[in-house]
Write a protein that binds this ligand. Structure first.
Ligand code: PLP
Length: 375
């Protein structure tokens, strides 16, 4: 079976983990963590980058940093991973689900303003498949209404919008290094602070609500409980693994893009025949080839396609079940109007295998997919 995903190892992970072992510093914020922070700050231009256990943790930190409280509303897509909503629900906030655009499958910026109420505190955008939301328009809406913007950039490392790296356009950005993402360390993530104003408090929240980071830098002579917080920092072993991946980030992105482009070229004539719809990447968005998906004409055809590929030894998968109609979504949030695009896309979308090493298997995948579409 050709798997849907296979985590890529650059070959240097164990060497750097051995170095972390040798250093004898295994808890967080050692040399490898600092190296990863610097890499992220250099590559994204964020004022502050902080490694976390996960993108989920970075989103939870965002909700704490923005002082989101019970009864606040946060506008977000329904077509996303549960963590986008959970991070705010944990603070008692209400996710307000807005529909997505039919082209990029990102939050439809034209529907945001109608969903704003006096209780709206923030907009949490999700850059689906590493393709940017319409950030200029969304930031303008946020400015006019005094709202904060969090970017769930879990899928979007190395992607940009009009030249600006994703995760650094809103007030806060959350990246994921989960093994299903492009740059990985098993479980991991990062919080990006665009400006300095939230950075100091972000360090405190991440270190159990203490000013331990300042203490370690020699800026205070003892550390103490300063604020609400939790333990969001990963250990050095994870950071060492991640450092190896970061060193190959350009190579990883280029190799994924090559596979993505092959899928895209293969699917072009099929799109012309009306058998499927290909992903849309606007010209002002540089993407990272996180995902190659197809939209098939119906749920029945999508499911038959997945089964047909499976019979041919290829694992393909559908994606999000909309949050607004899920048991927890109904309990904790509400939809702003009907979400027809979300429901439709959820039924018709299928993701194809995309991982480094797939190159030699790609002819088999394309042949199976071509046959599945012809039947
Ligand atoms: C993967 C993903 C997450 C969760 O990332 P973790 O690092 O596993 O917490 C959140 N949001 C989106 C959009 C994702 O794709």
């Amino acid at each position: 079976m050709i798997p849907f995903n296979r985590p890529y190892m650059t070959g240097r992970e164990l060497e750097l983990i051995a170095q972390a072992h040798h250093n004898g510093h295994l808890s967080g914020d050692g040399d490898f963590t600092k190296h990863c922070h610097q890499w992220l700050e250099r590559r994204t231009g964020a004022s502050k980058a902080l490694l976390t256990h996960s993108c989920t943790a970075a989103l939870e930190m965002s909700a704490l940093l923005l002082d989101v409280v019970s009864g606040d509303e946060v506008i977000m897509p329904s077509y996303t991973f549960v963590s986008t909503a959970n991070a705010f629900v944990l603070r008692g906030a209400i996710p307000v689900f807005v529909d997505i655009r039919a082209d990029t499958l990102n939050l439809d910026e034209r529907l945001i303003e109608a969903a704003i109420t006096p209780r709206t505190r923030a907009i949490c955008v999700v850059h689906y498949a590493g393709v940017a939301c319409e950030m200029d328009i969304i930031m303008d809406i946020a400015r006019r209404h005094g709202l904060r913007v969090v970017e769930d950039a879990a899928q979007a490392i190395m992607s940009s919008y009009r030249g600006r790296p994703l995760g650094t356009i809103g007030d806060l950005g959350a990246l994921s290094f989960h093994e299903t993402k492009n740059i990985i360390c098993g479980e991991g993530g990062a919080l990006l602070c665009r400006d300095g104003d939230l950075a100091e408090r972000a360090e405190i929240i991440r270190e159990k609500g203490t000013n331990r980071s300042r203490f370690f830098r020699g800026q205070v002579d003892k550390y103490t409980w300063m604020d609400v917080g939790s333990s969001y920092l990963p250990g050095e072993i994870s950071a060492a693994f991640l450092a190896a991946q970061m060193a190959s980030a350009d190579d990883i992105t280029a190799r994924r893009l090559a596979l993505w482009n092959q899928y895209h070229a293969w699917a072009a004539p099929l799109e012309g025949e009306g058998r499927l719809r290909r992903p849309v990447v606007p010209a002002h968005c540089l993407h990272n080839a996180h995902m190659y998906y197809l939209l098939l004409p119906s749920l029945a055809q999508r499911d038959a396609f997945i089964n047909s590929l499976k019979a041919a030894g290829v694992h393909s998968v559908f994606h999000y079940i909309p949050l607004h109609s899920s048991p927890a979504g109904l309990r904790f949030g509400h939809a702003h109007g009907a979400l027809p695009v979300t429901a439709d896309v959820s039924d018709r979308l299928v993701r194809l295998p995309l991982w480094i090493g797939l190159e030699t298997h790609l002819p088999q995948v394309l042949e199976a997919a071509t046959r599945a579409l012809a039947s």
